[in-house]
Design a protein. Sequence first.
Lengths: 199, 250
Amino acid sequence: MDYRPLRLIGPGPLDRLVRTLEALLVVASQPLSVDDLAHAADEYGPRVEAALELLEERYAEGRSGIVLERVAEGFAFRAARDEAAVCERLFERPADRGLSQAALETLAIVAYLGPCTRPDIARVRGVAADSVVAGLVERGLIAEAGRETAGAVRYRTTTLFERVFGLENLSALPRLDDLGADAGEIRARLEAVAERRGA
Amino acid sequence: MELRELELDLDAFEGPFDLLLTLVLKDELRPAEVDVASIVVSFCERLAEQERLDLDSVGEFLVLVAALLELKARELFPEEEVDLAELSPDEAAEELARRLEEYRRIKAAAAWLAERLDSERDRFFRLGPAPLAPRVEPGVAPQQPEALARALRALAVEPPQISLAHMELDFPPVSRFLERFRAALRRRRRLDLEQELEGLTRLEQASAFLAVLELRKAGEIVIDQVAPFARILVRRVEEKEAAWTIARSA
């Protein structure tokens, strides 16, 4: 951790904006984008970004009990990681407690292939997705995102999903092509079986 | 080995294999919910424990599992039945390989998410529904203050006074014309209404017309007009005729 001296916030105009952003972020219960902050503070985007950089420095991990993080395409305060054990005594993380393998696979499908329908999910996993999807909707990790022309409900991941997994946005997920290095092996094994059968 | 006693522990079902089949056949358990691969793994594990291969059990199992798979496939992909039936064996193998690869990648993604969750377990943040206030969109473009003042000044001009003169109109009493027509009809038996009205103001004409209607109602006169907009002729009713007219209208 880099322990540079804390930059003191003086009474200049940018420092005034820093205070305003601090106030907005402490009230918010979901990440605020630069646009949200600029609109609320009646300021220009670049100045808000400059003020946020000062705030990020001030609320860096290890410097304070509060950390300002870039998450879910916005900025949000959270508790410092080294205070997690204390937080755990008072607060739960209901959204991600006890996520099953089926739930994680379904989340992965919605995150990578979404917006997608329950039949889409069933097609990939080979098992009906109804109850898993209902559970994820209840946890707030996925949400409805319109309907297909045939009427099936489409689902997408939520801001909460990105926050729980600490993702700045969905493109922070590893590329699907880079995952499952052994996926090619399946094809090779199938082809080997087919050859044996043919012989 | 007794196939029926094969104990299963699946997400959707826990118990012996034959109970699972019974529930599926009774439509109390959807085949789509059943993880068939786990059943096969359980069976193979039991098989490995046996010293001798029981061909009867293996054959029975194959038949039952194949039937279960078919039921499950039909439930999961009802609309694809036709498409898949048209595939050649090579195409079907390719489709299977593509799906298995896709699933393997999704499994890897799920594993990545699980790891991520583990490493992010110490991040605590505020949760809760705090909807953002609805944004008020400015509906009007920026304006010049002088132009706004001009517009306001135009609006501030006192509106023209509305004339109430027509409310003060003095209607001549109908009774005046009743007397006048009765007198005229005593002198002559009939008269031309247009001639009688000539030279009167519009208001006096209205009162005079009301008087004629009043006389007609009382049965004192008969009104004649040969065609719309033709001259209106008023005729006095004789004593005998009047009695008859009243009797008829009664």
